[in-house]
Write a protein that binds this ligand. Structure first.
Ligand code: MLT
Length: 405
């Protein structure tokens, strides 16, 4: 029999959201309201639907048929992204790679870097960053007392530091930052993000910046892209997604920006373009996002599309407000939910995250995500999402308020 990749044996349990799905499925109660995984409930914007219908029609004739497209995405979509999302930044269409998801891209990006790179993650953290580095052999062993991997640098994000991590105190090579943050729902100001860019420049590190929730930013001075910081193109890769922005969780379209100014070195010290390496990888392993989907994504940048997306995001942000004000009313401390669809709450009376998960599920028929599932600094916290319907969100808050806590 063949030898398997033993790094997989270091993975802890199953993937967080699969585990939660299993627990909900095993739960006997009817009508569970799911405020767990951040899956959308609003329909695709009408402008997207129209564009996709028309793309289906294109595919019905020999002249309009689109077979394999460019692996990086059609030029018209990449140009629309560059013009709209990076209007005053030094990012061009040839630095944008359209894909089927930020989850896949944040998971796959590690392939470009040496197995010896030191990785830093925020704690709590979107589990994909950690698990994919475990698979790649960068994690070291799992220390079950510390509930952490020995070779990963965890940057605690707690109420004490306003969920803004301190710079690493030991050298690291790859730094995963997610803002607006999943799971805490908090944000960094421009100056705060600049500190990270400066750190990366000084220390020869690369920032892997997950901006999947950028569309939820409503306050001034909160950067939507890391490239708003001068010189970030020399030290950062950015991930964006249409999933939460335009309801594409089931439609699948995202993109990753790998600037031409970004370089690594090989063991002989020769500079290597990270952008060219990602391009090579993309062409070898990916055949592009379907034409119909990309046409739908393009419609997000039409005037109508932009308006409709804003309406949908406003709807979710209003749900977030319903959650935060409901929690505050019953004395539960919570964070986020202003520039983010995620509300991060402190469990009452120091209850464990999973204990609170079970209580909420069994006694209120509401499912959320235990903070501990995102890392040890998430213990004692719990995440609720604003992605359900307004009606269900109100009902969930009522049920939670009726609990004896
Ligand atoms: C989440 O709930 O954290 C996200 O929806 C998961 C994802 O985007 O993969």
């Amino acid at each position: 029999m063949i030898l398997v990749n033993e790094n997989y044996q270091r993975l802890q349990g199953s993937y967080l959201f699969s585990e939660i799905g299993k627990r909900i499925a095993a739960h006997k109660g009817e009508g569970v309201i799911k405020l767990g995984i951040g899956d959308v409930t609003r329909p695709l914007p009408p402008a997207v639907i129209d564009a996709m219908h028309s793309a289906v029609d294109d595919m019905s004739s020999a002249q309009g048929l689109h077979g394999y497209g460019p692996e990086q995405g059609y030029a018209w979509l990449r140009e629309a992204i560059a013009d709209n999302d990076y209007a005053n930044m030094s990012i061009g269409a040839d630095e944008i790679f359209v894909s089927d998801g930020a989850k896949c891209d944040t998971g796959n990006i590690g392939e470009l870097f040496s197995g010896t790179c030191k990785v830093a993650v925020q704690d709590p953290v979107y589990p994909v960053y950690v698990d994919t580095n475990v698979m790649a052999g960068r994690s070291g062993e799992y220390d079950s007392d510390a509930k952490a991997y020995t070779d990963i640098t965890y940057l605690p994000c707690t109420a004490e530091n306003n969920f803004k991590p301190a710079l690493p105190s030991t050298p690291v090579d790859l730094i995963y930052l997610c803002y607006p943050n999943n799971p805490t729902g908090t944000v960094l100001t421009k100056d705060e993000l600049k500190t990270w860019v400066n750190y990366a420049k000084k220390n020869g590190a690369i920032i892997l910046f997950d901006a999947a929730y950028e569309a939820f930013i409503r306050e001034d001075d909160i950067p939507r892209s890391i490239y708003e910081i001068d010189g970030a193109d020399e030290v950062a890769i950015e991930f964006r997604s249409f999933s939460k922005t335009a309801g594409f969780t089931g439609t699948r379209c995202a993109y990753t920006v790998v600037p031409k100014a970004l370089y690594g070195v090989d063991s002989s010290g020769a500079k290597q373009s990270i952008r060219d390496m990602w391009n090579r990888r993309h062409c070898t392993k990916f055949n592009g996002v379907p034409y119909i989907t990309q046409k739908g994504a393009l419609a997000c940048y039409s005037e109508q599309g932009k308006e409709q997306i804003k309406e949908t995001i406003d709807y979710y942000l209003n749900n977030a407000k319903i959650i935060t004000s409901g929690l505050k009313k019953i004395g539960i401390e919570c964070f986020g939910g202003v520039n983010s669809p995620y509300v991060w709450l402190k469990t009452p009376d120091g209850m464990g995250s999973w204990e609170f998960f079970d209580k909420l599920l069994n006694e209120a028929n509401v499912a959320g995500t235990p903070g501990a599932g995102f890392g040890s600094s998430g213990e004692g916290y719990f995440r609720l999402t604003a992605f359900n319907t307004e009606e269900n969100t109100i009902k969930a808050v009522e049920r939670l308020s009726a609990l004896t806590l």
